[in-house]
Write a protein that binds this ligand. Structure first.
Ligand SMILES: [Mg+2]
Length: 221
């Protein structure tokens, strides 16, 4: 189990700028949860004669040319991801049911979107896209594991706190920093979800927003 990570100063500043509230809190990731990511990345890779080598949940070591099983070096993957986000981040498609489920949940819960965009890169474009898609909740940008940010978001707040994210790394980090949180691992892509082993700290592993809304709704009932 990883050590708890501290929240970055630039992330803490965004958290302190949020309105105070005594309602329970849902902290929700964006990529592969609210907006499709893997499907868009696969289109990007195909257009460059690249592909996912398998459906294990990682990008580095898992992207390579169509005609070999040899992965691209980590630096190349990083460069492609940067280009990919610059090209598609203003036009990513919504995961079906996300806006309806979040709207329904927002009757009883505060919702904060916690997304990893190093340096706040593309934050305004992302906020604009999300509110245009009917997901008008505050966005906090983070980089690295999310545990510190989640602990800071939940400080001086009512319990329970629900954390929704696709990444196993972020879930391990949140389990280390805020073990009392309810953890939903949401992976929109069925192939990658089928390859994910559900860890003990994951309360629900899903790719379905209606199931997610029902599960979270039951927490307060
Ligand atoms: Mg994500």
């Amino acid at each position: 189990m990883p050590e708890p990570t501290p929240v970055l100063p630039e992330v803490l500043a965004q958290i302190h700028a949020l309105p105070t509230s005594s309602r329970p809190l849902i902290i929700c990731d964006v990529d592969e949860v609210i907006l499709h990511m893997i499907a868009h990345l696969e289109d990007y890779l195909n257009a460059r004669n690249l592909r996912f080598l398998n459906h294990q949940y990682r990008l580095t070591g898992n992207i390579g040319p169509h005609d070999t099983d040899t992965p691209l070096p980590a630096d190349d993957v990083k460069r492609h991801l940067h280009t990919f986000f610059d090209e598609v981040s203003h036009q990513q498609e919504i995961v079906p049911g996300a806006e309806t489920a979040l709207k329904e949940l927002s009757t009883d819960w505060d919702i904060v979107l916690l997304t990893n965009l190093p340096g706040g890169h593309n934050k305004p474009a992302r906020e604009k896209l999300l509110s245009g898609l009917g997901v008008p909740f505050p966005v906090v940008t983070n980089s690295g594991p999310k545990g510190g940010a989640v602990a800071a978001l939940s400080a001086q707040r009512a319990q329970p706190v629900v954390f929704i994210d696709d990444s196993p790394t972020n879930h391990s980090s949140v389990n280390a920093s805020l073990p009392s949180s309810v953890q939903v691992q949401f992976i929109a892509d069925a192939r990658f979800r089928a390859n994910m082993r559900q860890e003990d700290h994951i309360d629900l592993l899903t790719g379905d927003w209606q199931e997610t809304a029902n599960f979270i709704g039951d927490i307060l009932r």
